[in-house]
Design a protein around this ligand. Structure first.
Ligand SMILES: Cc1cc2nc3c(=O)[nH]c(=O)nc-3n(C[C@H](O)[C@H](O)[C@H](O)COP(=O)(O)OP(=O)(O)OC[C@H]3O[C@@H](n4cnc5c(N)ncnc54)[C@H](O)[C@@H]3O)c2cc1C
Ligand code: FES
Length: 273
């Protein structure tokens, strides 16, 4: 059992939990994820590791309440326990001194982006960060991002704070040289970033979130096409070369269980999408 030691409500839908998980806290690196199950009858969901404190034996996760299980998770409080917390899973991101690195994070995944930025900074990189969200209410960890970055840009889909959308990235790419780009956020955002960096041939690492079931490479649920080859995101990723990912196939597979997810919300939370 894994005890929750801290809980922060970041936005109306996004929450951060600090969980006692000593082994994961010792081993987890940026880019890796956990698969957790709240209780005996609960489903297993993957969540990215957004920070570790090996001395305290704790792991940070940041999540959005989007459906039945994430809503159930959001109801837990300090002192409550999570039944299973399998971590770290997946491959760590390649941390080294690239030179100047552009880090683009969106929505709830900004927590995971900061974990990466800390490691890239320690490796000696100059960090330019873009933090995005659908609107100003959903921008998270801005102060931390500012402290950890050499330059920070803010973007919202509706333009309520910072740049409107990511079109400004074209200008930034025209005037600055970046040695590597990392992006983590919604699949559509990661796709756009990859499309924008492609003409400049800047290596671009994305973090993919296909549906995962066993997260051990056995079930095939998380298969994605990268450079024409089939890969399993849980064991071959979740990070891949964004210029090689077949995003059309990925997005259509991510919608596969939408009808069942809607039924689960009506059944458990009386919510109709
Ligand atoms: C490697 C990985 C890391 C992730 N990290 C985070 C994170 O740090 N924070 C966060 O908020 N979310 C993260 N997700 C997405 C998270 O797993 C889903 O939001 C969660 O499973 C939704 O479950 P639900 O019952 O609340 O919603 P549902 O109503 O069941 O689903 C809502 C949406 O969530 C996605 N989803 C549902 N089940 C799964 C599943 N088993 N595997 C993957 N996606 C699923 C689908 O896109 C679906 O349309 C990650 C997913 C993956 C694969
Ligand atoms: S989740 Fe089953 S193979 Fe990746």
């Amino acid at each position: 059992m894994y005890r929750i030691v801290e809980k922060i409500k970041l936005t109306p839908t996004d929450k951060m939990l600090v969980i006692e998980a000593p082994e994961a806290a010792r081993k987890a690196k940026p880019g890796q994820f956990a698969v957790l199950r709240i209780s005996e009858k609960g489903e297993r969901i993957p969540i990215t590791i957004a920070g570790v404190d090996p001395d305290k034996g704790t792991v940070v996760i940041v999540f959005a309440e989007v459906g039945k299980t994430s809503k159930d998770l959001g109801k837990l409080g300090v002192g409550d326990y999570i039944l299973n917390f399998a971590a770290p899973l997946g491959n760590p991101l390649n941390i080294k001194n690239y030179g100047t690195v552009l880090c683009v994070g969106g929505g709830v995944f900004v927590g995971a982006l900061l974990f990466l930025i800390k490691a890239l900074r320690q490796a000696g990189n100059e960090i330019v960060t873009i933090i995005g969200a659908r609107n100003s209410e959903h921008l998270i960890f801005l102060d931390d991002a500012e402290k950890l970055s050499d330059e920070l840009y803010i973007s919202t889909d509706d333009g309520s704070r910072g740049y409107k959308g990511l079109e400004f990235l074209k200008e930034l790419l025209n005037k600055r040289k970046f040695d590597h780009v990392f992006t983590i956020g919604s699949t559509s955002m990661q796709r756009l970033v990859s499309e924008l960096t492609h003409p400049y041939s800047i290596p671009t690492t994305v973090n993919l979130f296909p549906i995962m079931v066993d997260a051990t490479g056995m079930c095939g649920a998380c298969r994605v096409i990268v450079g024409g080859a089939t890969k399993f995101a849980c064991v071959d990723g979740p990070d891949f070369d964004g210029h090689k990912v077949d995003f059309d196939q990925l997005i259509s597979r991510m919608r596969f269980y939408n009808p069942q997810e809607k039924i689960a919300m009506v059944y458990h939370y009386k919510e109709v999408a």
